[in-house]
Write a protein that binds this ligand. Sequence first.
Ligand code: NAD
Length: 447
Amino acid sequence: MKITVAGAGYVGLITSIGLAEMGQQVTCIDVQEEKIADLQQGKPSIYEPGLESLLQKNIRNGNLTFTVNPSQAYSGADIIFIAVGTPELPDGSADLKYIFVAAHTIAHHLNQDALICTKSTVPVGTNHLIHDIISGRIPPSIKIDVVSNPEFLREGAGLFDFFHGDRIVLGTDNPEAASIMEQLYLPLKIPIIKTDIKSAELIKYAANAFLAAKISFINEIANICEKVGANVDEVAYAIGQDKRIGSPFLQAGIGYGGSCFPKDTKALVQIAGNLEHPFELLEAVIKVNNRQHHLPVLKAKEIAGPLRGKKTAVLGLAFKPDTDDIREAASLTIIRELQLEGARIIAYDPAGVPNTRKIFGDSIKYTEDLKEALQDADLAIIATEWDQIKHAPLNIFTDYMKQPVIIDGRNCYSLSDIEKHGITYLSVGRPPVFASAAIQKPWKLFG
Ligand SMILES: NC(=O)c1ccc[n+]([C@@H]2O[C@H](COP(=O)([O-])OP(=O)(O)OC[C@H]3O[C@@H](n4cnc5c(N)ncnc54)[C@H](O)[C@@H]3O)[C@@H](O)[C@H]2O)c1
C-alpha cells in the first residue's frame, strides 16, 4: 500500500514517521520547500522527543520519503491522510483554506481509487465537503471514500501517543473504508471506535472542550483557594481520587495554550452558535482561561511594584514542556504585558527560543541557559513546567537573582522547599511564601 500524508507539521510528521516505523511506504508532502529540504536531510522541522532518530532511520530504510511534488505524492496513493493546519479565523471559526487547497490538489493528481483520511481537526460536515470537492473533479472511473480519523496526540509525547494512544476514532459512512483503516491500525493494538463521519468530527472538538473545561474549572477553584487561603494542590488531589472525576488535567496554573485547545474551543462555540445553540459553558471556559494568562503580571506588579526597568526572567516559552510550539502560549501574553510595563525581559526556554524570536525579534533577550536568565534578575515568572525548571536546584534563584522573587504559573515547587530557601514565591491557588516580613506589605491579593 502506498500512503501519502499531506502536511509535515506536528500531526503530519508524527503520523508519517509512525506509519513508516510500522513498515508502511509513506510519502509526506508539504508546500514549504525549506521544511521538506530539511526533512529530506533527516533534520526535523519540530522538536519532539525521539523524533529525530526515527525520522533518520525510516529515511535510511526507504520507508519514508518527503516531497513538495503533488504528482509524486498523490499518484498511485492508496490512502491519503490530510494533516494540514486549520487555524482560527478572526471570528473564532476554523479556517479551512488549507484543507480545500489540499483537496483540490489531491483531485488534480489522483489517478486511482483511494481513501482520503482527515486527521486535521475540522468542523462537522467538512469531510463531506472534501468528498464532494474531490469526487467532483476526478474521472468517474476513480472511486474515493472519506474517513474522519481525528488526531488526539499530545505534543511533547506525540510519538508515544501514536503507538500507545487511548483510542483510534474512524468515522466513515462506508464499512469497507472503515475496515481498510482498521487493518492499517491493527498492529498498534489500540482500541478502535468506529462511528459515522459527523460523530467522529464532533468527538475531537468535544474531547478538547472537555479537557479545557477541566483545566478552567480547577483554575477557578485555585482562584478561590487564593482568596480563602486554601491549597489547590490538596483540593485537586482529593477530588481527583474520585474515579468519576479522575486526576489528569486538574493541575492549577495560568491556563492552557497551544495550537489546539484555544482554537478548537472557539471553533466549537462558533459551530454551536451557527446552529443557534449558544454554548455558554464553553464560552465561560474560554473566558476563565484568558483571565488566567493575565495573572502572572498582575501578581508581579503586586509583589514588586512598578516593573519599569526591572530585569524579569520569563522561564518557559513553549505552551507546554517538551515541545518548541509556542502557539497561544501563556508566555506570549506575559511578555507582551511585561513590555507594556517597561520591564527588561530575558526569556528562557530549552526549545522555544527560535519560534519566540520570530514574534518578538530583538525587543527582548533570549537564552537557553537558566542561570544566565536568572543572573541579576529582579523577578522570575515561570510560564512552562519544563523539567529543567522543575528540577533545578532552588539555590540558583538565591545565588543568581538580585532578589529571589518567583511568580510560578505552574506550581513547580513544593511550598516547604521554597520556605527552606528564603524565596518569595507566589504560585497558583496556594498560600504565598515571603522571604522577609518587609515584602508582605504591598501584597494585597491575600486577605
Ligand atoms: N498539533 C497538535 O498537537 C494537534 C493534535 C491534534 C490535532 N491537530 C490538528 O491537526 C491539524 C494539523 O495541526 P499541526 O499542529 O500539525 O499543524 P502545523 O501548522 O504544525 O502543520 C501543518 C502543515 O501543513 C502544511 N500544509 C498547508 N497546506 C498544505 C497543502 N496544501 N499540502 C501539503 N501541506 C500543506 C503546512 O505547510 C504545515 O507544515 C490541525 O487541524 C490541528 O488542529 C493538531
